[in-house]
Design a protein around this ligand. Structure first.
Ligand SMILES: C[C@](O)(CO)[C@H](O)COP(=O)(O)OP(=O)(O)OC[C@H]1O[C@@H](n2ccc(N)nc2=O)[C@H](O)[C@@H]1O
Ligand SMILES: Nc1ncnc2c1ncn2[C@@H]1O[C@H](COP(=O)(O)OP(=O)(O)OP(=O)(O)O)[C@@H](O)[C@H]1O
Length: 286
């Protein structure tokens, strides 16, 4: 049967404010998401026997807990399809990096299988299913840079400049749950409007807690700060800085020590997943 290969791009939280804690323990946030033109890649092949089989193993994640498998099963349940899928994953994004690898894999699975299985669920319904898998999944389903509120599910599209970023991935995996449960986390940042945010400013409220717990993250920030203002994304561990062009970002990337691998990627307002879907639609209509 026909296979479909789709990208699962990374995201950056250009800022992340924590406004408070809800009764269910989750935190109210304000964050600005932009995608990177760098990410994982998934290949889906439909099966007629209804089984979901992911053929790529990830260290520390068993088959049935992988967000890809969970997303596929949720879509089966929501749509009632009798089809299954063989899935291959090309993993490029560091896990526990704050660049949304697992969430993006889940979103690409929802969008990709909805297309391949012709289950025809709308984007809002896919985002709703995605939210039950992780707070970051909806923005990847919609695929547009956004100002997010709530736990990340109330999205407002934004048009941002698309600079080149150098992202450093310190060799540690930071647990999101661990950072959100730290008593020292700032949880009372006043709400700001998207307009005042886009005029400049913002910070990452998780950064001081992560810097304190993870010297690797602290060191990556101070190294990058020598060249451009550096900030952490999500709950870490990755840190990023923006450059006016690719050449300057590449130059700093080449100077990184072995224990601090990095990559250069462009910020994108429309995700690679949605660019690819638009291209496929054009080819069909041509
Ligand atoms: C920090 C961000 O990456 C910003 O984009 C996200 O809000 C985190 O999204 P995620 O990795 O998809 O996180 P989830 O898998 O939904 O949550 C992991 C854990 O982090 C805590 N958590 C997460 C999101 C949130 N708004 N408040 C929380 O308190 C909860 O303890 C939760 O059990
Ligand atoms: N397909 C997947 N890819 C990566 N991690 C997965 C996947 N499925 C399940 N996981 C689990 O989810 C955890 C978080 O993974 P992820 O790479 O999304 O972290 P993250 O980049 O910090 O996410 P976020 O930015 O959303 O906080 C991993 O440590 C792993 O245990």
């Amino acid at each position: 049967m026909r296979s479909l290969t789709l990208p699962a791009p990374a995201k950056l939280n250009l800022m992340l404010h924590i406004l408070g804690r809800r009764a269910d323990g989750y935190h109210e946030l304000q964050t600005l998401f932009q995608f990177l033109d760098h990410g994982d890649e998934l290949t889906f092949t439909p099966r007629s026997d209804g089984q979901i089989r992911l053929h790529t193993e990830l260290p520390g994640v068993d088959h049935d807990s992988n967000l890809i498998v969970r997303a596929a099963r949720q879509l089966q349940a929501a749509s009632g399809t009798a089809l299954g899928a063989d899935i291959q994953l090309l993993k490029r994004l560091p896990m526990g990096g704050g660049i949304g690898g697992g969430s993006s894999d889940a979103a690409t699975t929802l969008v990709g299988l909805n297309h391949l299985w012709q289950t025809r669920l709308g984007e809002d319904r896919l985002a709703q299913i995605g939210l039950s898998l992780g707070a970051d999944v909806p923005v990847f389903v919609h695929g547009h840079a956004a100002f997010a509120e709530g736990v990340g599910e109330r999205l407002q599209r934004v048009q941002l400049s698309e600079p080149w970023f150098l992202v450093i991935a310190p060799q540690v995996s930071v647990s999101t749950a661990e950072i959100f449960s730290d008593p020292e986390l700032t949880r009372n940042t006043p709400a700001i409007t998207v307009r005042s945010l886009l005029a400049g400013g913002g910070r990452n409220d998780c950064q001081p807690v992560v810097e304190k717990r993870y010297p690797e993250v602290r060191n990556a920030l101070s190294l990058l700060n020598k060249f451009v203002p550096a900030r952490m994304t999500g709950t870490g561990a990755c840190v990023f800085g923006s450059f006016p062009n690719k050449g300057e970002a590449d130059k700093v990337c080449r100077q990184l020590p072995d224990h601090m691998p990095g990559f250069v990627a462009q910020g994108r307002n429309v995700s690679m997943l949605h660019r690819k879907l638009a291209k496929m639609a054009q080819e069909v209509n041509a």
